[in-house]
Design a protein around this ligand. Structure first.
Ligand SMILES: [Zn+2]
Length: 807
């Protein structure tokens, strides 16, 4: 990919490139360096990424030893290698990639000098033959080798299934190409090429045949091929893909790493979602660059599977936390949705490539959905608070984090954000695709014609877009292909996984220089083929009513529920926008009137949806039964991407449409009206009246004392009023097989009298059994406070799901 506007670099590139690649994608993106956002939505986010996120993430890498590790490996520091995993190197490379993109659009001498310094550490850390993996090279300095997850055991390429040597390499190649294209400097590129040459000589038909456990190097190698013209790098990418699912002298890694069958025979998205989507992107690259139709057919089949059965409404993928993985068909739980930020980014990378292969707008529909929702939710408005998983529902346990031990997501944000302008336009021969609508200006070449195109719009808040076309020499004949988003054609996704509940009569419209044109898209685009004059103006109008969306009935967790959308934005209801902060018990009838308006004061300026829902709650009836009571409450729904900026609490994308699926709040009890406190953990879990399915149920909120072990702990209720109490019931948390919490060794119950804690008399027993309530009946006492003292088992921690009190 050439970078328009950097003629010196482009010239240098031409001199250096041995031979032009014989084939590539039939469609070429207009590079991000040629597309300048001037809008109120993306530009501020990109500026925050440039001025906050990138420097912040570099400082986090310094703080956590990620950068020092290169110096340690290179003999420039006598400190010990620090970190939790061998893949920590990749974070630095991803941020360098993002910084290089940032330099490409905004020169910054200080940043460039900082990168030079980092690249110096890379050079020092690289072994003579090109090997570069700081953990291995610096391993003798590691203080606690047990802390280093997935390390090579005996030799440096050892444990390639989980040690990430090749994953790191892939990110370094991407960073090297970005740095070279941004600055014209070959420093990092030379390091990358030396490493790639070593990889090519080690991994081949006559050498090692084990593919990387975590895909990524395939994308990096394709980029090295494009920038050097050396076919061996492309061959190497294909070699790694060809090894997957083929047990030649090795044991297969299995579906977790998409190593269960040859890639060209795969039809279903399985396993670790980031690995999977990077692999599908790599397969698309190989399909485009080699013309191998088996690859094309395989990614087409897998795409149908994801978009038809495994895609969240937010464009996120990866349903399961266990294995960070794709689930089965239609397995799309909301509270426990994993939807890793990296997987959403990878989904954009893959869908963009699918578009470049096929030229169909449906791929951009998926990209746009991921971009505005599942990706953007991963980065806070401040540019330095992150989500790793992006669930579609919260009971209050989720919060943005300043960093992660495994920091793949923040560093991925660093590099992805500056590349977004590169998704707006693309060209094929005399066709110009307009894929995304963002206010701003682009200057690029279409054939031999220089062209400026200016977009004016308030998208995604408003569906009116004005495009001004200025060919340098007019008239200029070309085909302008305007994407008519699926959501504007009544189809939220290009499958039957989600559909709009309501019909909307207003259709998209199109005008050329004020004259209406037909707006009937083919494969997602309306084409205008004409002799363009400078100043020609195209106006698009996409009506943006509030839409109700329902899911395919096979999606169990969405059955009977509705979500709200407007344009490309998915909305959610959050605790801060509802009285008492309760949203999981809300019911939104189909006939409830919904309105939308822009709130400049809220969350950096967002469109909101307002309406009246029904808050549902159980109440006791005179005959001892219970019925559901409904109470109207006004609510405000905000864009999903902007949630979790106002404290922790409930959030949901999907709302019940009827009483059958509503989740009413339980009737108030002695426990639920008590004030809970504890010696550790989150005491609000004790009396939230949400029932666990088992002691190991991680989806239900629980209190735990981990990492404390073997200690004596307590939980306490201050009752709303003095009450006669005769029994309590405790449901223990125990995550045997997963974590370090076990049922406790013993416990006892105290009650408060005159400010003193006294043990209850004649207790029926203090059970420590799993998967049930442990009931303790005793001689009734009238009290204003109860306390449970818990003795933890030696070497084990403990926790409680729920603590009930019987008056
Ligand atoms: Zn990640």
């Amino acid at each position: 990919m050439a970078f328009t506007g950097l003629m010196a670099v482009a010239f240098q590139c031409m001199v250096l490139v041995a031979a032009a690649p014989p084939s590539d994608y039939p469609i070429a993106p207009v590079p991000f360096t040629a597309v300048h956002f001037q809008d109120g939505f993306w530009l501020p986010r990109l500026e925050t990424n440039r001025t906050v996120t990138i420097p912040y993430c570099f400082s986090k890498c310094e703080e956590t030893g990620r950068i020092e590790n290169f110096k340690v490996a290179g003999g420039l520091s006598d400190k010990a290698w620090r970190g939790g995993a061998g893949f920590d190197d990749s974070d630095v490379s991803k941020i360098i990639e993002g910084a290089a993109y940032s330099l490409a659009v905004k020169p910054d001498a200080k940043l460039e000098a900082y990168l030079d310094q980092l690249i110096g550490y890379y050079a020092a850390a690289q072994e003579k033959d090109g090997f570069l993996y700081t953990y291995w090279t610096a391993r003798h300095t590691v203080k606690d080798p047990k802390r280093v997850a997935c390390r090579p055991e005996k030799e440096r390429w050892d444990n390639i299934a989980s040690a990430h040597q090749l994953y790191n390499a892939g990110h370094m190649y991407e960073a090297a190409v970005a740095h070279y294209q941004a600055t014209g400097k070959r420093t990092l590129l030379e390091i990358a090429l030396r490493n790639a040459d070593l990889v090519c000589s080690e991994f081949n038909e006559n050498g090692r045949r084990d593919p990387p456990g975590h895909q990524e190097i395939e994308i990096g190698l394709a980029k090295l091929y494009r920038v050097t013209g050396q076919k061996k790098y492309l061959d190497q990418a294909k070699f790694f893909l060809e090894q997957r699912g083929r047990a030649t002298g090795r044991r297969l890694y299995g579906p977790y790493s998409q190593d269960h069958k040859p890639v060209v025979e795969q039809s279903e998205a399985v396993g670790h979602a980031v690995r999977a989507n990077y692999m599908y992107a790599g397969m698309a690259d190989v399909a485009a660059l080699t013309g191998d139709r088996r690859y094309l057919q395989a990614v087409d089949r897998i795409w149908e599977n994801v978009v038809g059965r495994k895609l969240y409404l937010t464009g996120g993928v990866g349903a399961r936390g266990g294995g960070e993985a794709y689930g089965d068909d239609y397995e799309l739980p909301n509270l426990t949705a994993y939807c890793e930020t990296c997987a959403a980014i990878a989904n954009c990378l893959w869908n963009h490539r699918m578009f470049l292969l096929h030229g169909d707008g449906k791929y951009i529909d998926v990209l746009e959905r991921s971009l505005y929702n599942g990706v953007l939710s991963g980065i806070g408005l401040d540019g330095k608070s992150f989500f790793y998983p992006n669930p579609l529902e919260s009971d209050g346990r989720h919060a943005r984090s300043p960093w992660f031990g495994c920091a793949c997501c923040p560093s991925n944000i660093c590099r992805f954000m500056p590349s977004i302008p590169g998704y707006v336009y693309a060209v094929r021969g005399d066709e110009l695709f307009v894929n995304l609508y963002v206010g701003g200006k682009a200057d690029f070449e279409l054939g031999r014609q220089k062209l400026t195109i200016t977009q004016q719009t308030r998208y995604p808040w408003d569906g009116t877009i004005s495009l001004r076309i200025e060919p340098q020499q007019s008239p200029a004949r070309f085909v302008l292909k305007l994407r008519i988003p699926g959501w504007a054609q009544g189809k939220p996704v290009p499958s039957d996984l989600y559909r709009y509940l309501d019909d909307h009569p207003e259709q998209p419209s199109l005008k050329l220089n004020g004259q209406p044109l037909p707006c009937q898209p083919t494969a997602g685009y309306v084409a205008i083929d004409r002799q363009w004059q400078s100043g020609d103006t195209v106006e698009l109008s996409f009506p943006m009513p509030v839409r109700r969306v329902v899911a395919h009935p096979a999606v169990e967790d969405c059955r009977g529920k509705v979500a709200l959308e407007r344009g490309p934005i998915v909305f959610c209801v959050e605790h801060a926008d509802v009285p008492q902060g309760k949203v999981l018990n809300l019911l939104l009838p189909d006939d409830a009137v919904l309105q939308s308006r822009f709130r400049p004061d809220l969350l950096s300026g967002v469109q909101v949806i307002e309406g009246t829902a029904q808050s549902t709650r159980f109440e006791k009836t005179a005959d001892g039964g219970k019925r559901i009571q409904q109470q109207p409450v006004n609510f405000t729904a905000i864009p999903y991407y902007a949630w979790a900026h106002r404290g922790q609490g409930e959030m949901t994308v999907w709302l019940a449409r009827s009483l059958e699926v509503a989740r009413p709040l339980p009737a108030p009890t002695t426990a639920s009206t008590a004030k809970a406190s504890s010696s550790g953990g989150d005491p609000s879990a004790l009396n939230d009246q949400r029932e666990p399915k088992s002691s190991g149920d991680h989806s239900n909120k629980f209190l735990h004392w981990w990492p404390r072990k073997g200690t004596t702990e307590w939980v306490q209720y201050d009752l709303a009023r003095p009450t006669e109490v005769r029994a309590v019931e405790v449901y223990w948390f125990d995550d045997t097989g997963r974590g370090e919490c076990r049922i406790p060794e013993s416990w006892r119950l105290l009650y408060r009298r005159d400010g003193q804690w006294l043990p209850v008399e004649e207790p029926s027993g203090f059970g420590c059994e799993k998967d049930k309530y442990n009931r303790c009946q005793f001689k009734p006492v009238t009290t204003d406070g109860l306390r449970i003292e818990v003795k933890l088992q030696p070497n084990w921690s403990a926790g409680i799901h729920e603590w009930r009190v019987e008056p």
